[in-house]
Design a protein around this ligand. Sequence first.
Ligand code: NAD
Length: 352
Amino acid sequence: MSTSSNPTPSPDTAREGYDRDRQVRVAVLGVGMMGQDHARRLATLTVGAELVAVSDVDVARTDAVAAEFGVRAIHDPKAAIADPEVDALVIATPGFTHEELVLLALEAGKPVLCEKPLTTSPETSRRIVEKEAELGRPLVQVGFMRRFDTGYQQLRSLIESGEYGAPLFLHCAHRNATTPPNFSSEQLMLDSVVHEVDSVRFLTGEEIVAVRVIAPRSTTAAPEGLLDPQFVIMETESGVLVDVEIFVNTTFGYEVRTELVAEKGQARIGLHEGIVTQSAAGWGGSITKDFKERFGAAYDLEFQRWIDAVRAGTNVDGPGVWDGYAAAAVCAAGVESLKTGQRVEVDLGARP
Ligand SMILES: NC(=O)c1ccc[n+]([C@@H]2O[C@H](COP(=O)([O-])OP(=O)(O)OC[C@H]3O[C@@H](n4cnc5c(N)ncnc54)[C@H](O)[C@@H]3O)[C@@H](O)[C@H]2O)c1
C-alpha cells in the first residue's frame, strides 16, 4: 500500500504549469520558535513566496515579528485565515490548536503547510482527512521535513530500487541534548518519535501495523518523573521490524540516525553530519547542536517545494493529511503501549 499520494517529491512535476508572475502571499500563524524560523525562510529564501503577515495570540510577539520583517501584524489568527490578501498559510502554533485552524483554512479553500503534528489525536486528524476528501482536492501539507533530507531520499531510493532485496530491519536512534520544561513521557512519542513514524512510512512505503514501547532505567539527566530514554518497536505491514532508541536528555547534542538491514545489503544515514577531520590530534567530527541545524536544508527545500506546488495549483508536494493521520494513529498506539506495556495494533480504517 502506498503511504502517500505523493511520496517522492519531484522538482520537475512541481514546476509544470508554473505561474512565474504569481507571488504566493503567505501568513504565518504562530511565531514562536518554528514560526519565526519559517517567517525568515519565507521572507528571505523561498522563491515565489511573499511573507505578508504574521499572527499570534501573543500580541507583543506578533507586533515584534511583524516589525522585524516589515509585514502586517494580524492579532486574530482566524482573521488572518479569512484575509483576502492572504493566499496561503503556514501553521506553526502548538499541536492542540491545529485542528481548528486547519479546518478553517480548508473552509476558506486556502493551501496550508501545517507543522507536525497534523493534530494531537487520530480522531481529530481523521476529521481533517475527511474534510479534505469532501473538498475533492489536496490543500494541506504536513511538516514532516525529513522527507526533504538528502540522506532519507537516498535511502528511500535504495529500498525502492530493490538492489538490496527486501528490507528486514530499520534501526533508528533519535537523540536530543535536553528537553523543554514540563516535557512529559508521552511527548517522547508524540513530539519526537512521530518523525521516525513518518520516516519509516516514507522509507518503506508501508503502513505501521503495531507498536510496543519499553521504558528502561531513566538517565539521571532526565527531570524527575520523565521516562527517558525509551525503546520503541514498530512493525510494518510486510513485517519489517523497526526499533527506535529515543533519548532526549543526552546533554550534549542532536543526532538522528537510521540503519537499514536488507536481504543483500545494509546502509546507514545520519552517522556523521558535517566535516570529519583526521590529523595528529586524532580522528573526529563536529556534533550537531539541534534539529534546526541538522535539518536546515530540508526545511528550506520543504518550503520551496510547497510554494512551487501552490504556484502550480497542486498545493501539496510532500506528506499530506493521510500521512498526518497515520502518524497520529501510530503515536496514539505508542502512548497506549507506554501505559500498558503491551504491543498495540494500529487500525487506520479505510482511506477516503
Ligand atoms: N518539524 C519540526 O522539526 C518541528 C520542530 C519543533 C516544533 N515543531 C512544531 O511546530 C509547532 C510550533 O512549535 P514551537 O516549538 O515553535 O512552539 P512555540 O511555543 O515556540 O511557538 C508557538 C507559538 O504559537 C502561539 N500560539 C499559541 N496558540 C495560538 C493560536 N491559537 N493562534 C495563534 N498563535 C498561537 C504561541 O503564542 C507561540 O508564539 C508545533 O506544532 C511543534 O510540534 C516542528
